[in-house]
Design a binder for this molecule. Structure first.
Ligand code: SIN
Length: 319
């Protein structure tokens, strides 16, 4: 009798162990819109590699770059439906979900990427990671791309140069207000459409980082780039609460550790690429890089007349 019981227990244990061993690894689909040779593209690849190295039996990361799986306007909806597990949209693209992150869109708020980093690592920046909680999303960390520059068909040196021109912007109302303050026409369009809009001259310009301008070849269809450093384009690495909180503890911890390392790697790439891609654009001779004088820069920073126009217009809309 004892022998039968022992063999049954052994059999059940064996089955149990075999069951665990055979459990399929959790799939983490990581969807993004940029090219692979960008800070986000490189970070995603690093994350995939780290997870594959450290926990192949527990999780597998599949990366979908270049809007292959979802574009900007769909990825968060898809995440809440459980169709994608990870994304890193730019902070400007959470407009529909929270207004809090639009703080990052204020022009000339951060002097440089060190200032951005200090803010993000401080208490206010860390608190903002939780600003999507009510919407069922979890902010897992910030990832850098860099400071934004302005590209256009004509040289842009002063606010008046943008007057009446059409600029593609990301889906943020603060960015829209910024261009309205210049009396320009902001158009919220997905990243995947920018090259064609520029090439066909449906728009006059756009704002972006050196790495995006380079990797998506915007510089080939924009004769001027003003090195304005007027704002930041960073990302929030995000997942759904439903996915994240139902992961087994050891999987969640392993994934978070790999993600933090991949983000640190991506931030270093961001730093290196900003300079390298700017240089590559200059050397291509396709686009002239304009540097602002102190006086021109100051004029852009304090375009109070423009801001007053926007305030007045918004007051009229509210009335
Ligand atoms: C991105 O870097 O993810 C895209 C930025 C943009 O939409 O301009």
């Amino acid at each position: 009798m004892k022998t039968l019981k022992t063999s049954l227990t052994a059999m059940m244990l064996a089955l149990g162990i075999a069951g665990v061993a055979n459990a399929a690894p959790v799939e983490i689909k990581f969807s993004h819109v940029v090219a692979e040779n960008t800070p986000k593209g490189q970070m995603a690849i690093k994350f995939k590699e780290l997870v594959a190295e450290r926990m192949p039996d527990k999780a597998v990361v599949n990366v979908y770059p270049n809007s292959q799986l979802f574009g900007d306007n769909k990825v968060l909806e898809a995440m809440l439906l459980g169709d994608v597990e990870l994304a890193a949209p730019s902070l400007s693209k959470f407009n529909k979900y929270t207004k809090a992150l639009q703080l990052f869109d204020l022009p000339f708020l951060f002097k440089d990427m060190d200032a951005v980093e200090r803010f993000q690592n401080g208490p206010a920046g860390q608190e903002l990671l939780g600003s999507l909680k009510k919407k069922g999303l979890v902010g897992l960390g910030y990832l850098h791309n860099g400071m934004k520059q302005l590209s256009a068909n004509d040289p842009l040196r002063t606010p008046a140069d943008a007057d009446g021109k059409k600029f593609r912007i990301m889906s943020s109302d603060v960015l829209a207000a910024q261009f309205e303050a210049l009396e320009a026409v902001p158009l919220k369009k997905p990243f995947s459409e920018v090259f064609t809009l520029l090439q066909t001259k449906a728009i006059d310009g756009q704002e972006n980082t050196w790495s995006n301008i380079y990797s998506k070849k915007f510089f080939e269809v924009q004769p001027y780039i003003t090195e304005s450093n007027h704002g930041v384009l960073d990302y929030l690495v995000v997942t759904s609460a439903e996915f994240w909180l139902t992961l087994p503890d050891d999987v969640r911890e392993g994934v978070k550790e790999a993600l933090d390392e991949a983000i640190a790697f991506g931030n270093k790439v961001a730093n290196d690429k900003a300079m390298a891609d700017k240089q590559a654009i200059i050397e291509s001779g396709r686009s002239e890089v304009l540097t602002l004088t102190d006086a021109e820069r100051q004029q852009c920073r304090s375009d109070e007349a423009g801001m007053e126009t926007v305030r007045r217009r918004n007051r009229c809309r509210a009335d």
